[in-house]
Design a protein around this ligand. Structure first.
Ligand code: ADP
Length: 395
């Protein structure tokens, strides 16, 4: 079956058409500037990316553009819409309502809508994508795969904040965690690849990308994760602050004469390694600047790696041990220098990095020595494939 995987944002939409039998990508691409003017990228398997300017006044037109590219013209990969067997939608927030993926119907849409408050930037956009697909493909089954679902197994001691309990009861203020599809995919693969006993395994997954989070996966289930009510908590990220003294908000608001919304913009968009370095949110730029002697870029990398190492230590304590530490996503899969910095602080766990093996980029590989007590490993994530698998499994 071919599964169309959709990751819909407010003005952009990423898509992949995956043949679930061979698990190969038939075509993928991106609709950008939806509702503004429109730019369309399409890449059929084995061919170059094609970029065109296409008017995309709304998401329905964007999805129609995707369907047309997939099924018409010399670069088509299917003959008609009938060859799309299912659609898998990435949905950011499922609150406490969804602890697993689910087939989409009117009730599910109503329940996702109730979670909008928890992710006002993401969930409404995800719903627009679902709505557009249902209009254009009314007979095709659709599945929602939630970023938060994998972390719904966290115990209360891990998800409750030290705040008045009524905020949890009234508003659902608690830790939810994100990147669940990636943490689930990567931890499952780690258990399989390292032949760990699924019922007795302790895995820490470091998803280090533009947005970054760490999770503690005990016996295949998430028992803690670094992102919280929103994706702002936890690690230092590309442009997000991660953990900090909450009193800083008031302090900066006074000093800089900012509203709460403006402070939130600073914390989400102008902080992290970008804010620290003043160079870039991209680790390739930071690594280059550090090599040229830029001290703030070096600081930013140090602060980032130190925070990751601290979380690994914390999660080893949370699980009372750890079998494997896994690195994934853009930085985790590619940045050997950052992995080395992180692993320098893990020798207390008996984790020994094999510096030569660590030179790996974007490939599955053990990067610790044969005598290391804890295995360190790179496992590339593949959220689209994970969504396609979930979709097929549910149908
Ligand atoms: P997103 O959170 O947007 O999905 P990704 O997981 O794709 O992010 O990670 C993107 C980030 O990965 C880039 O911003 C960059 O910092 C980092 N990255 C990608 N390739 C490399 C590389 N070769 N070396 C170091 N960092 C890299």
């Amino acid at each position: 079956m071919n599964v169309l995987v959709i990751n819909c944002g407010s003005s952009s939409l990423k898509y992949q058409l995956i043949d679930s039998t061979t698990e190969s990508v038939l075509a993928k691409g991106l609709c950008e500037r939806i509702g503004i003017d429109g730019a369309f990228t399409y890449q059929p398997a084995g061919k170059d990316k094609i970029r065109t300017e296409v008017e995309m006044p709304d998401h329905t037109v964007a999805i129609q553009t995707v369907i047309d590219a997939l099924s018409k013209g010399e670069n088509a990969v299917i003959r008609s819409l009938d060859e799309i067997g299912a659609v898998g939608h990435r949905v950011v927030h499922g609150g406490e309502k969804f602890s697993s993926s689910t087939r989409i119907d009117d009730q599910v849409i109503a329940a996702i809508t109730e979670c909008n408050e928890l992710a006002p930037l993401h969930n409404p956009a995800n719903l627009i994508g679902i709505d557009a697909c249902r209009k254009l493909m009314p007979n095709v089954p659709m599945v929602a795969v939630f970023d938060t679902a994998f972390h719904q197994t966290m115990p209360r001691k891990a998800f409750l904040y030290g705040l008045p309990y009524e905020y949890y009861e009234k508003y659902g203020v608690r830790r939810y965690g994100f990147h669940g599809t990636s943490h689930s995919f990567v931890s499952k693969r780690a258990i399989e690849a390292l032949h760990l006993d699924p019922e007795h395994s302790k895995v820490i997954v470091c998803h280090l990308g533009n947005g970054s989070s760490v999770s503690a996966v005990l016996n295949g289930k998430s028992v803690d994760t670094s992102m919280g009510l929103t994706p702002l908590e936890g690690l230092i990220m590309g442009t997000r602050s991660g953990d900090m003294d909450p009193a800083i908000m008031e302090f900066i608001a006074h000093k800089e004469d900012l509203t709460i919304d403006e402070v939130m913009t600073v914390l989400n968009k102008k902080s992290g390694v970008q804010g620290l370095s003043g160079v870039s949110s991209d680790f390739r730029d930071l690594d280059a600047a550090k090599k040229e002697g830029n001290e703030r870029a070096r600081d930013a990398i140090d602060v980032f790696a130190y925070r990751v190492a601290k979380y690994i230590g914390a999660y080893a304590a949370a699980m009372n041990g750890v079998d494997a530490v896994i690195f994934t996503a853009g930085v985790g899969e590619n940045d050997a220098a950052v992995r080395e910095l992180i692993c320098e602080n893990l020798t207390f766990l008996g984790c020994r990095l094999d510096k030569e093996a660590n030179q790996v980029h974007g490939e599955e590989k053990v990067i610790s020595t044969a005598d290391s007590a804890v295995t360190a490993m790179v496992i590339p994530t593949n959220e689209e494939l994970a969504i396609a698998r979930e979709t097929v499994a549910l149908l």
